[in-house]
Design a protein around this ligand. Sequence first.
Ligand SMILES: Cc1cc2nc3c(=O)[nH]c(=O)nc-3n(C[C@H](O)[C@H](O)[C@H](O)COP(=O)(O)OP(=O)(O)OC[C@H]3O[C@@H](n4cnc5c(N)ncnc54)[C@H](O)[C@@H]3O)c2cc1C
Length: 495
Amino acid sequence: MASLSSASTKLTSVQKGRIQVLKEGSPPLKNGPVVYWMFRDQRLKDNWALIHAVDQANKANVPLAVAFNLFDQFLGAKARQLGFMLKGLHQLQKCLEDAQIPFFLFQGVAEETIPKFLGECKASLLITDFSPLRQIRKCKEEICKRVSDSVTIHEVDAHNIVPIWVASGKLEYGARTIRGKINKLLPEYLIDFPTLQPPNKKWDAMNQPIDWDSLIANVLRNGAEVPEIEWCKPGETAAMEVLMGNKDGFLTKRLKSYSTDRNNPLKPRALSCLSPYLHFGQISAQRCALEARGFRKLYAQAVDTFLEELIVRRELADNFCYYQPNYDTIQGAWEWAQKTLMDHASDKREHTYTVEQLEKAQTADPLWNASQLEMVHYGKMHGFMRMYWAKKILEWTMGPKEAIEICIYLNDKYSIDGRDPNGYVGCMWSICGVHDQGWRERPVFGKIRYMNYAGCKRKFDVDGYIAYIKRLVAEMKKRKAESLVGQKTKQQRSE
Ligand SMILES: Cc1cc2nc3c(=O)[nH]c(=O)nc-3n(C[C@H](O)[C@H](O)[C@H](O)COP(=O)(O)OP(=O)(O)OC[C@H]3O[C@@H](n4cnc5c(N)ncnc54)[C@H](O)[C@@H]3O)c2cc1C
């Protein structure tokens, strides 16, 4: 993979280091349009990939379009995640069109739809955003092979503040080994975004209108097993409201207690709740960091703790998935962890549960059941409980291999922010000791860090949390029932 030459970055506001050349056109086509295949960074504002796409289109005086491919199936996403994503994309389409950038939506296999579109519009340059997930990397490799020789392909890391390949060229051991590298590069990369320029040249051909209503109805019907959630509104405007809103914004109203209360599952409002927006790229982490820095004078400790999670921990997760091909299996654990887990794989477990029992929250531990129900019904488990929840899966299943599979399956199925490097790393940290150290050896866990009910009791009001989840779930079930009745009445009236 080559980095961009300085000749090609002239007239562009995106730093060279943020861009990787996946394919150099030979001979490069010069006068075809630029296409940005958007995957991970689903936003108009603060998007380095889009800024680069506009810059390149204007430099060559050619038109620009954004393309999005809706996979028939992506890692088991259901109504909850797909509804959120499509509603966000619908808003995005309007914003892009206001900015005079057409938006094309394709359905099916991106390895086919994207090269086909590039061929049809005779594009010279494809720009993509960056994801470390293997499915997307494979897809890009295939696209590189399938497009015409003359097409150039650039990948822009629009998700991380310090581009992943710049922060480190290798798999990092943990936060302590990557922190200094990232912090050193922040003055260069944590900078304000330039204003997005309008494209100079208009896209001639008409794009097919998108029937958003039926598209959304379809994903909601097909993925109804895990329904949408109401409390988290999709889109860039909603994301900024969660970050900075006057009513209940994280930085404006809730930041003060972040460093003291963020590990208390009874105080979920202490957390930012930005993960759904960061996951779908509806907000840029760089925007969150820039705004957070503005509050440092008031709440230094809270801001520093938040930036550690938002920058160091989040970018460490991308580092793991980028440099560790086995990021979601026990083979991805360090040797000491694999050994200790296998040494204890057949230790006698006090309880074992099937995936069905776990999914239905039918264990003997009311605290674990509450956290599972929080995820199933609310769509986001509290960050502290996520660790306890995953570690118990190791304790109650037939061994680490099964534990990690079940953990990822449940997290991805029910969490609004699932299928994210943070999720794979969270599961791997909890079960396989990734980015952690060895602890005193004990049955089942070996040297993997252990968490138990008694420890939780010392940290927070466990009974209070269980009661809070009971109320939350009852409230959500009631609202769902009311909304079903409302829908039926509406349907009967229209018949
Ligand atoms: C078993 C397990 C599963 C997890 N699954 C997911 C997941 O599917 N998706 C997901 O985004 N995160 C996941 N996490 C990481 C973390 O728990 C969530 O990012 C956090 O709870 C999201 O809530 P928030 O945005 O309110 O957090 P805040 O505390 O407000 O954090 C702000 C942002 O910092 C980042 N961040 C916070 N904690 C971590 C962390 N430990 N590692 C990496 N980045 C972090 C996230 O981007 C988060 O949105 C998981 C952790 C564990 C232990």
